[in-house]
Design a protein around this ligand. Structure first.
Ligand SMILES: *Cc1c(COP(=O)(O)O)cnc(C)c1O
Length: 402
């Protein structure tokens, strides 16, 4: 039942929004209507890979806006072909379907996995093994895949076909495989779940299990993809490739864009008429997606991400050692970093905001730090100073109350 409230906003009350009205962004900085300036390490939740208003992206979007905004997917779209060619060139994939969001990329991935078995004479094999703490989006199928009760509650019967096991538990995965299993769906590093990683050995074991059972490895790289972990895609750290992969967030650099990538074999069932989208792969999105790749795929870019990420993580680890009453540990890969807090993570995010720095909370009481991939050493130093001031304030409070 709706509770009486003074909420006069015409917007759905689904977000507990911070009291901050952003007017303009530039690089790693955000400027509010009331004249405040924030260092943005929330990065639109791993979206703004090149920061705000990156000149190359702005230019690409402007040029496309003056040429052609939209044509239906019943026509050929050259920008789509180009972006798909570049993505398949740079990855394991042979085929790409473009979407507007991460959840839609996952929907396409799930449908692709099911169709693969259907056209191979195993229509009963439609189930995916998923992991506790996962986040795959907010559509009916993706909340079922994520399996989190707080997102499922009140939305009717859970979509059938997802079997959840503990994150990183290989025996549980093995035990969950049946004749009805289509594949395994996993984030190489859980973002919303709290910047939680498994191990390269676990990821490689999943690949092996899939091969042994003739099932598909489906990776959700919506948050980890497009350079975020210091490689173009996180699975490159493990020396394995998936059969299907969902991508979004960073690939559009702030423009709504997602993609489902697959091998030729895995995508074999997705024939004419089996799937569709009105906006997915729209010329505006393709122009921006291609511009993002211009930068991320440029010689030396990802190497730079790995270098600065290493410095940043070392600084975070040192901070955690100096303030153990506030921070339990620093974790994560590349520029998808997290601080597991000993105070409520929301308190740390709020205290950071007092220091004019933005970060994103995550599960497992973690604060995520997601600066743009082109963040400079000076900006990281600036971030560390603000973060340390916030942590020191909370530490003072913690010591007083102890
Ligand atoms: C954000 C996210 C999604 C959902 O993406 P939307 O664009 O919000 O639909 C799915 N999977 C992961 C891992 C994500 O981080």
């Amino acid at each position: 039942m709706a509770t009486a409230s003074k909420d006069t906003s015409p917007l759905y009350a689904t977000y507990a929004r911070a009291n901050l009205r952003v007017k303009r962004g530039e690089g790693v900085w955000l400027y509010t209507e009331d004249g405040r300036q924030f260092l943005d390490f929330s990065g639109g939740i791993a979206v703004n890979v090149l920061g705000h208003a990156h000149p190359h992206l702005v230019e690409a979007l402007k040029a496309q806006a003056e040429t052609l905004w939209h044509v239906s997917n019943i026509f050929q779209i050259p920008g789509q072909e180009r972006l798909a060619e570049r993505l398949t060139e740079a990855t394991f994939a042979d085929k790409v379907f473009f979407t507007n969001s991460g959840a839609e990329a996952l929907e396409c991935a799930i449908k692709t996995a099911r169709r693969y078995h259907y056209v191979n004479g195993r229509p009963e094999a439609f189930r995916l093994i998923t992991f506790e703490g996962a986040f795959h989006g907010r559509t009916l199928a993706t909340i079922a895949a994520g399996g989190q009760p707080k997102y499922l509650e009140g939305f009717g019967p859970k979509v059938e076909g997802f079997d959840q096991v503990p994150f990183g538990d290989l025996d549980a995965v093995r035990a969950a495989i049946t004749d009805a299993t289509a594949g395994i769906l996993i984030e190489p590093l859980q973002g919303e779940g709290g910047v939680r990683s498994t191990s390269p050995e676990f990821m490689r074991a999943l690949r092996k299990l899939c091969d042994e059972h003739g099932i598909l490895l489906v990776l959700d790289e919506v948050q980890t993809g497009v350079g975020r972990t210091g490689r173009l895609f996180a699975h490159e750290h493990f020396g394995i490739t998936p059969d299907i992969m969902a991508v979004a967030k960073g690939i559009g650099g702030g423009f709504p864009l997602g993609a489902c990538l697959a091998t030729e074999a895995a995508a074999a069932g997705m024939t004419a008429g089996t799937h569709g989208t009105t906006y997915g792969g729209n010329p505006l999105a393709m122009a921006v997606g291609n511009a993002v790749l211009d930068v991320v795929l440029a010689e030396g870019f990802l190497e730079g991400v790995r270098e600065i990420a290493l410095q940043f993580k070392q600084s975070l680890q040192s901070l955690a050692e100096r303030f153990p009453e506030v921070i339990e540990e620093a974790r994560g890969e590349g520029l998808l970093l997290g601080l597991k807090a000993r105070v409520p993570n929301t308190s740390l995010v709020a205290e950071m905001r007092e220091q004019s720095m933005l970060a994103a909370p995550a599960g497992d009481n973690v604060v995520r730090l997601l600066p743009p991939l082109n963040v400079t050493p000076d900006e990281v130093r600036e971030g560390m100073e603000r973060l340390e001031a916030a942590v020191a304030n909370l530490s003072g409070a913690a010591r007083k109350s102890a």
